[in-house]
Design a protein around this ligand. Structure first.
Ligand code: PEP
Ligand code: MG
Length: 889
């Protein structure tokens, strides 16, 4: 098999094989752009290596062949003493994993070649600096030597010379460092630094393969839900140097602003530096526009290339480039990561520019991004104390206690604190701390620094390069230009949209996108900015495209009204148990514990008018639209006094010789009804069958409320839903009772009450016998919360806090099955029940009302299995509308 592709052989569609970087280097090469020649080793080779512990047969020969071709093209050879070819060996997986895997630069130098490089470049210092960088990078990444040892040696030298800056070191200093570094390598590994450039290259390649499984890479993949078995490609590229003087440099550019999405020239440039220096945020960069002054020829060329790339990829591209003595080289491009707001704006602009269709544009924005746009932001009206400002690297409003190292961030967040991770700059070792924090603040580095890139990828708020804030991680404090000192644990607020940093907690206000959904901003008015207009455009498109309806889970008239404003086409789940808490709990308690029919009827009679009122308001808010009312489904203990508290009360009263007859009777009853597993106990339809009159009271309340609404000129459309059904017999009994009540109330009021009666499918047995159940159900609503709980045998109330983090860490699953539907297991039952339900009753209505109804990936699945609607919380309604449209488009 072919494991090695010259850059001239690949193209942008070969990301699986060549990784993102390799595929795009090939694409640029074939577009005729100035890419330094090189070749890519495939992910196949990496997977083989990871699986078998050695490289595949034939790889070495193919590398040798590609290298020889490269040497011929460049007119110099690796290790050639008078004019050496140098190469970089870089990782590049299908999905970008910034800074997570290894790279080794300057491969090909040794004691002889360093002189050749010096002669060719006319730069002694540069050559020795390059050589020591090679040993340092190679030692650290390939040989696993602690990087501090090299850093300490540099610091040592500087101390002896009495200087603080690397720039004060000369060629002789670097030459002496090379000797020290070689000693370190020998001491740490028991071997000499490999002088043979081909051996250097071979070892660097396998080190890049190995870095696929470095702990930080594993963690990043899990976070970003990147499959663990893809492997990385390796790019071997001839070196160009941005550090050959002030007419050289390196930079990063975006064809549009990845934070806002607006058009313009965005990027960072660093003179006399190598690429890693920019991404590492080690030195502060210049805005890209400055390059026009420094090197107008290269600047013009770069802008022309950027335009060409954007037209070619028809999307925002990000670019890494180097200028070597006035000659521009392209080192990387890809369709760039962007914030949620930028995604919407850019897709919208590209439609306007005729570059993409509306259909394609909607495919490029996601429900998760829309959800981010709906997050609250800081209230601009509120009084606030600004400490300083940095760059708006990743939007959002984050509030938390300032911490100055990742360890503390993790520790504090585990104990429930919100923290802001404050660092001078971040590096890949900070990843866990960044995940734990609400937001990230750095004092150095630009919008392309590690902190910015990673935070944007995670959708986490980040302000970077806030130079005016002195972040002192040693003493765990930060000093603002105004003299304010923030100590560890002090609360700060950071605004990733404006780049501002505030002292204390700044209150938040709702986002314009939410105000648009709420109907407070007219998308055609001046108040609507381009973001709101883009959202409006895509929502209209999705609404027209989608097959599924979107309903909301709402238990109150207020929630129902809000859901309707958000575009809900009805209520898919009105849980009635919330209506029985608070003051009414004692009524339910009396009902459950009633000894006589009389007692029971009294409690029911007291509950009926209250329950009727609840429904009237919701039917009014959803007039003309369906409202699925679910009959009572509590685990019983929620309505009974706490058994421990009650036992203590009885024991105390007994000891004091006080009267406790009532409590004692109550305790006995509670004991009788006590359950070890209330979730699997007397709840749902079981309760309706065991407590006489309970469900009929609820149906009566629904019927009376509907009759009242009809008489008031409304169009109530209740649907009666029976929870936790496991067998058709349960449903049959309740259904007959319900039909009788509807007929009775209809006759009393002189109106016809013909409402659908259906069931939840939330037990495996219900799904497995869906064909039978459908004979007595006009609709199914999948209760995927309980279905997940019962299919997995996971207690939904306990496991997420107890062992899910462990499961996620071990990769048992990438995301909680309570959050995103387990398509293979739970989904299989949903599919089966949908098919068999439809077969038994072709006009059956199918929906879902578990949490998954608002989860983007799950929405696509529900579309695919043919459900008629999804129902989710009011705030997720726009997300579900968009995703249902994307699924259908
Ligand atoms: C479900 O089980 O998915 C459901 C919607 O019901 P609840 O969450 O109220 O149990
Ligand atoms: Mg349920």
């Amino acid at each position: 098999p072919k494991y090695v592709y010259n850059f001239t052989e690949g193209n942008k569609d070969l990301k699986d094989l060549l990784g993102g970087k390799g595929a795009n280097l090939a694409e640029m090469t074939n577009l005729g752009l100035p890419v330094p020649p090189g070749f890519t080793i495939t992910t196949d080779a990496c997977r083989h290596y990871l699986e078998h512990g050695r490289v595949p047969e034939g790889l070495d020969a193919q590398i040798e062949e590609a290298l020889t071709a490269l040497e011929e093209a460049m007119g110099k050879r690796l290790g050639q003493a008078d004019d050496p070819l140098l190469v970089s060996v870089r990782s590049g997986a299908k999905f970008s994993m910034p800074g997570m895997m290894e790279t080794v630069l300057n491969i090909g130098l040794n004691d002889a070649a360093v002189h050749g490089l010096a002669a060719q470049a006319g730069e002694e210092r540069f050559a020795w600096d390059s050589y020591r960088r090679l040993i340092q990078m190679f030692g650290k990444t390939v040989q696993g030597i602690d990087g501090e040892l090299f850093e300490d040696a540099i610091d040592d030298l500087k101390r002896r010379k009495g200087v603080t800056d690397d720039l004060a070191l000369d060629a002789a200093d670097f030459a002496s460092l090379v000797e020290v570094f070689k000693d370190i390598v020998r001491e740490q590994t028991g071997r000499d630094f490999p002088a043979d450039p081909r051996e250097q290259m071979r070892l660097a390649i396998t080190a890049v393969f190995d870095s696929w499984n470095a702990p930080r890479a594993v963690l990043y993949r899990r976070q970003e839900r990147i499959p663990a078995d893809l492997g990385t490609a390796v790019n071997v590229c001839s070196m160009v140097f941005g550090n050959l003087g002030m007419d050289s440099g390196t930079g990063v550019a975006f064809t549009r602003d990845p934070a806002s999405g607006r058009q313009g020239v965005y990027g960072d440039y660093l003179q006399n530096a190598q690429g890693e220096d920019v991404v590492a945020g080690i030195r502060n960069t210049l805005p890209l526009a400055e390059l026009e002054r420094i090197d107008p020829k290269s600047y013009g060329e770069l802008l022309a290339i950027m335009e060409k790339l954007e037209n070619h990829y028809r999307d925002l591209c990000d670019i890494e480039f180097t200028i070597e003595r006035g000659k521009l080289w392209m080192l990387q491009t890809r369709v760039g990561k962007r914030t949620a707001a930028a995604a919407f704006r850019i897709a919208d602009q590209l439609v306007d520019q005729g570059m993409i269709s509306l259909d394609e544009a909607v495919g490029r924005v996601t429900g998760d991004q829309l959800a981010q746009l709906m997050f609250p932001r800081f209230d601009h009206e509120a009084p606030r104390h600004r400490l300083g400002r940095g760059m708006n690297a990743s939007p959002g409003a984050a509030v938390g206690k300032a911490v100055f190292d990742s360890y503390t961030a993790i520790k504090w967040s585990r104990s429930g604190e919100n923290v802001i991770l404050c660092r001078r700059e971040t590096n890949p070792d900070d990843l866990e701390g960044m995940i734990a924090a609400q937001g990230i603040l750095t004092s150095r580095g630009g919008k392309t620094s590690h902190a910015a890139v990673v935070a944007r990828g995670m959708g986490k708020t980040c302000v970077c390069g806030a130079e005016e804030l002195d972040i002192d991680t040693k003493n765990r404090r930060m000093t603002a230009p105004g003299g304010e000192v923030v100590e560890e644990g002090d609360v700060i607020s950071i605004d990733g949209t404006s780049g501002e940093v505030f002292l204390g907690e700044v209150p938040v206000a709702s986002s314009p996108v939410v105000r648009y959904f709420e109907g407070e901003i007219d998308p055609a008015s001046d108040e609507a900015d381009d973001l709101v207009r883009a959202v409006h455009r895509f929502m209209q498109y999705s609404d027209a495209a989608r097959r599924m309806n979107v309903r909301a889970n709402a238990d109150t008239p207020e929630d129902a009204a809000r859901a309707r404003r958000m575009g809900a086409q009805g209520v898919g789940l009105c849980r009635t148990e919330h209506m029985f808490l608070g003051d009414r709990r004692t009524l339910v308690e009396r009902l459950i514990l009633a000894d006589t029919d009389k007692e029971r009827e009294e409690s029911l009679a007291a509950l009926l008018p209250l329950q009727r009122e609840d429904f009237t308001g919701i039917f009014e808010a959803m007039d003309g639209l369906p409202v699925t009312v679910r009959l009572l489904d509590p685990p019983l203990h929620e309505f009974l006094p706490d058994i421990t508290e009650l036992s203590v009360r009885v024991a105390v009263a007994e000891a004091r010789g006080e009267e406790h007859e009532g409590d004692l009777r109550l305790l006995q009853a509670v004991h009788r009804l006590h359950e070890q597993n209330p979730m699997l106990g007397l709840r749902g339809v079981r309760l309706g069958l065991v407590v006489p009159g309970l469900f009929t009271m609820q149906v009566r309340a629904i019927a009376q409320a509907a009759a009242d609404r009809i008489k008031a000129g409304g169009r109530p459309r209740p649907e009666i839903m029976i929870p936790l059904v496991g067998t058709v017999q349960e449903l049959e009994i309740i259904r007959e009772e319900s039909l009788r009540v509807l007929a009775e109330v209809g006759a009393e009021h002189g109106v016809e009450l013909d409402f659908p009666i259906g069931t939840m499918i939330e037990l495996p047995r219900a799904a497995l016998t869906a064909g039978q159940i459908a004979e007595n159900a006009e609709f199914f609503s999948f209760g995927t919360n309980d279905l997940t709980q019962t299919v997995w045998g996971f207690s939904r109330d306990d496991v997420e806090a107890s062992f899910f983090s462990n499961y996620l860490e071990k990769g048992v699953f990438g995301v909680s099955p309570f959050e995103s539907l387990d398509v293979d297991g739970v989904g299989r039952l949903v599919r089966l029940a949908a098919q068999e339900g439809r077969a038994a009753r072709p006009d059956i209505k199918l929906g879902v009302c578990g949490e998954h109804g608002g989860d983007p990936a799950s929405v696509h699945f529900f579309h695919e299995v043919g459900l008629d609607y999804v129902s989710c919380s009011p705030f997720r309604v726009p997300v579900a509308r968009l995703e249902a449209g994307r699924a259908a488009a």
